[in-house]
Design a binder for this molecule. Structure first.
Ligand SMILES: NC(=O)c1ccc[n+]([C@@H]2O[C@H](COP(=O)([O-])OP(=O)(O)OC[C@H]3O[C@@H](n4cnc5c(N)ncnc54)[C@H](O)[C@@H]3O)[C@@H](O)[C@H]2O)c1
Length: 303
């Protein structure tokens, strides 16, 4: 199989690339390296260094590669940046994706697998959040991720382009960036390994659904196997408090560092976890790693 992975130099994309190569697929990557790193990419990959906003480059990449499948991970994924500069967020996440969708139609791609997000749901009205839950994003990022789901449905309808959109919960694992707005697991791990206490906003009782990146990569491969188009949560369905996460990490690292509690963040969602049941039926995928197993695989590889 020939597969093009956009954002394949990034945290999640690079694990998808590894999983594809491990099963013998031919893989190319389109990435502007804005947050991705060259060292994340397997040397067997054909790398196109460029931006999905560049329509010409996207077309040329697709013409050269003629992929059977496109796995679309490239995105502006900083929620705060999407509030400060919504136009940039929309340009990358919406217009960049449209470039890709157009080229997918021209070069008769069998299916596009798209990285959506639990950010589309906004504040949960009930838990666990399933795919029928109302969509009410709280940020430009959530809006742009959801807008693309609409485009996917329209391209399916008008041009017969199959798609699977995967709404990831909170992804963690090796290669996650601990700087900036990076994931809480990477930030906590980085600080604990340096003997520093991480900051916990609020009382630490807020819950999230932490899913290991290897499971997310498997979900992408599973989505390639089904012809049907659809939208699925990619999650464990297990709520974990930030305090539990901290305790588990501290146990694995083996330190006695205490966290620093500070005032809750404005607009922070209190409880969020997603029902993964539909993915079990629709793409034959379930999370395989529980939190402590996933963290054990993550911690030694942070550096
Ligand atoms: N990490 C999470 O918890 C999470 C949760 C939900 C959804 N997602 C989605 O998963 C996808 C991958 O996220 P990630 O955590 O691996 O982030 P990441 O920043 O590590 O990866 C994104 C990759 O896309 C590349 N990229 C960014 N803008 C680009 C552009 N304009 N043109 C070409 N390449 C570009 C970056 O260089 C990077 O390699 C994103 O679409 C994100 O929205 C991630």
């Amino acid at each position: 199989m020939r597969v093009l992975v956009t954002g394949g130099a990034g945290f999640i994309g690079s694990h998808i690339v590894d999983a594809l190569i491990a099963r013998g697929d031919y893989v190319s990557v389109l990435d502007n390296l804005s947050s991705g790193r060259l060292e994340n990419i397997d040397p067997r990959v054909n790398l196109y260094h460029g931006d999905i906003r560049d329509e010409q480059l996207v077309r040329e990449t697709m013409r050269s590669e003629q992929p059977d499948f496109v796995i679309h991970q490239a995105a502006q994924m900083d929620v705060r940046a999407s509030l400060n500069d919504p136009a940039l967020d929309a340009a990358v996440n919406i217009l960049g994706t449209i470039n890709l969708l157009e080229a997918c139609c021209t070069y008769e791609v069998k299916k596009i697998v798209y990285a959506s997000s639990s950010a589309v749901y906004g504040n949960p009205a009930y838990l666990p959040v399933d795919e029928k839950h109302p969509v009410q994003p709280l940020s430009g990022y959530g809006i742009s991720k959801h807008t693309v789901e609409h485009y996917l449905a329209v391209y399916r309808e008008l041009h017969g382009l199959n798609f699977t959109a995967l709404r990831y919960a909170n992804v963690y694992g090796p290669r996650q960036d601990a700087s900036g707005e990076g994931g809480v697991v990477a930030i906590f791990t980085d600080l604990l390994l340096r003997g520093k206490g991480p900051r916990i906003h609020g009382d630490g009782g807020q819950t999230r659904d932490f899913i290991c990146v290897q499971d997310v990569a498997r979900a992408n491969l599973a989505a390639m196997e089904t012809k049907d188009s659809g939208i699925y949560n990619v999650s464990t369905g297990v709520p974990t408090t930030v305090n539990q996460l901290f305790e588990t990490l501290r146990g694995i690292i083996g330190c006695a560092t205490e966290p620093l509690y500070s005032s809750p963040r404005e607009r922070d969602i209190r409880h969020s976890y997603l029902d993964p049941g539909a993915a079990a039926d629709g793409i034959n995928w379930r999370a395989a790693l529980d939190l402590s197993e996933g963290l054990r695989q993550t911690v030694p590889r942070v550096y």
